[in-house]
Write a protein that binds this ligand. Structure first.
Ligand code: UTP
Length: 459
């Protein structure tokens, strides 16, 4: 430890208060604090702090126009061909699954990684198990191994890995799952000072899901993918229980358009819905967060009298390995977004305060900002009922109640359309390993009773 160097660094960036309790710390604690401070990119923090002190850029004029989108209607003509194309790429081993699970899940308020949350209607399988079974199912049906990359963050990495170990990697070969952590960065108060969360620790938070573009590179995951011959990465989030992981049609559209990064969108339920929209921002495809969407664009109509900006992003993407390489080779370039938050901190007296009001800023990058760096990108529409139901909150909208309801409805609809009668009230669940698509379920109809009652599970 070079204390003089540490002190000089902190003085240069006006953060010397981080050493307020230094003399009270034992050697190990000092080393811990020293090492943590040394991971901070002070140049970056300096520029972010300056941004917090400038007036908001919300009055910068941006012109929004409709992005190139393939609607559900248009998909009817080409889905079959695109599915075949996607399946052929999967079969050739060119596709990997990539889960971002580094978030803090603060709205859900669950102890531990969100992926551990028990969620399926009958067996109460965790989100991680549900995703694992979907990936294994699509690997099995294509007679190939789809490797799975999982991004965590320092707060949930050990618990995530331990959960997979305890569950024998949910049937995966351990070598086909790779975990890696995203970067963290400090939060600052309204005067640009970083917070201590403990006497020997600076408060840091994950750098947003956009950090995945960098972490996948820094960790060697991208290199591992390239060695395996992976060209397409299926990117998804931990909390959408209806994600059709490695959807071959989506991969097909992406490849056919020679896109670098593609997105799935759904039709907004109403203009004010809190979902980011895919559109062209000053001529380049990107996502505008619902909070940044100007009111006139929110309600704008197209020539058919429908909502002009109807395409809500559900954070499912296909990204080329080559594109991620390009994004990193000249340095990570995603912009940081500033969010005002309530940040717990240690006072000068060593007291921990959990503020009731927003007392500082966190900095996050968003993966969809990478769309703005693409020369070619495509978005396809999906049906909300079939592909989107997320676990975000403890109660109400996007909660355990709504995700279980949606999973039940999803599986029951498959069974009903297959001609199975469902009697009475009960929960229904179909393991992806039994059928990962409705078509697969119909092929196995002879294995299902004609009439089911009560809680029903198929594996
Ligand atoms: P959310 O934006 O819903 O955030 O993340 P969250 O952290 O899970 O939940 P809240 O907002 O604190 O309640 C969407 C997806 O992006 C991942 C999450 O794990 C989730 O899969 N994510 C988010 C990261 O991997 N890293 C981050 O820094 C942020």
């Amino acid at each position: 430890m070079d204390f003089t160097k540490l002190k000089e660094l902190l003085l240069k960036y006006k953060q010397e208060h981080l050493l307020r309790f230094w003399d009270e710390l034992n050697h190990n604690q000092q080393e811990k604090l020293y090492n943590q401070i040394m991971t901070i990119d002070f140049e970056l923090m300096d520029s972010l702090i300056r941004q917090t002190q400038q007036s908001s850029d919300s009055d910068i004029q941006v012109k929004l126009t409709e992005a190139e989108l393939i609607s559900l209607n248009e998909r009817e003509k080409s889905d079959k061909e695109m599915t075949q194309l996607g399946n052929s790429l999967i079969k050739k081993g060119k596709v990997a699954a990539f889960l971002v699970a580094g978030g803090q899940g603060s709205r859900l308020g669950f102890e531990g990684p969100k992926g551990v949350y028990p969620i399926t209607p009958v067996r109460k399988k965790s989100l991680f198990q549900l995703h694992a079974e979907k990936i294994r199912a699509i690997s099995n049906s294509n007679n190939v191994t789809i490797p799975w990359y999982i991004m965590t963050s320092i707060a949930n990495h050990a618990d995530t890995v331990a959960f997979f170990e305890e569950n024998n990697y949910f049937g995966f070969d351990k070598n086909d799952i790779m975990f890696f952590e995203q970067n963290m960065l400090p939060a600052v108060d309204k005067n640009g000072k970083m917070f201590l969360e403990d006497k020997d620790s600076v408060f840091m938070s994950p750098n947003g899901h956009g950090g995945s573009i960098k972490a996948i590179w820094d960790s060697g995951a991208l290199l591992d993918m390239k060695k395996r011959g992976i060209e397409y990465i299926f990117y998804f989030q931990v909390d959408n229980v209806l994600t059709y992981i490695c959807d071959p049609a989506f991969i097909g559209y992406h490849a056919k358009h020679d896109a670098q990064m593609s997105s799935k969108v759904l039709r907004k339920a109403f203009p004010e819905e809190k979902i980011g929209i895919i559109c062209n921002i000053n001529g380049k495809t990107g996502v505008v967060e619902y909070s940044d969407l100007p009111e006139e664009d929110m309600y704008a109509k197209n020539d058919e009298g429908e909502l002009k900006f109807w395409a809500g992003s559900i954070a499912i993407h296909v990204i080329n390995t080559d594109f991620i390489e390009k994004e990193n080779i000249t340095g990570f370039k995603l912009p940081y977004h500033i969010a005002e938050k309530n940040i717990p901190y240690l006072t000068e007296n060593g007291e921990i305060i959990k503020p009731a009001d927003k007392n500082g800023y966190k900095f996050e990058t968003f993966v969809f900002d990478a769309l703005q760096h693409c020369e070619r990108t495509i978005s396809i529409e999906v049906s909300r009922e079939l592909e989107f139901s997320a676990l975000k909150n403890k109660t109400g909208v996007d909660s355990e109640e709504t995700t279980i309801r949606d999973l039940n409805r999803f599986y029951s609809d498959w069974l009903k359309r297959a001609g199975i009668e469902i009697e009475g009230i009960g929960n229904v669940e179909i393991s992806p390993l039994f059928a990962n698509t409705e078509k697969e379920l119909i092929q196995k109809k002879h294995k299902i009773p004609e009439k089911i009652t009560g809680n029903f599970y198929l594996e």
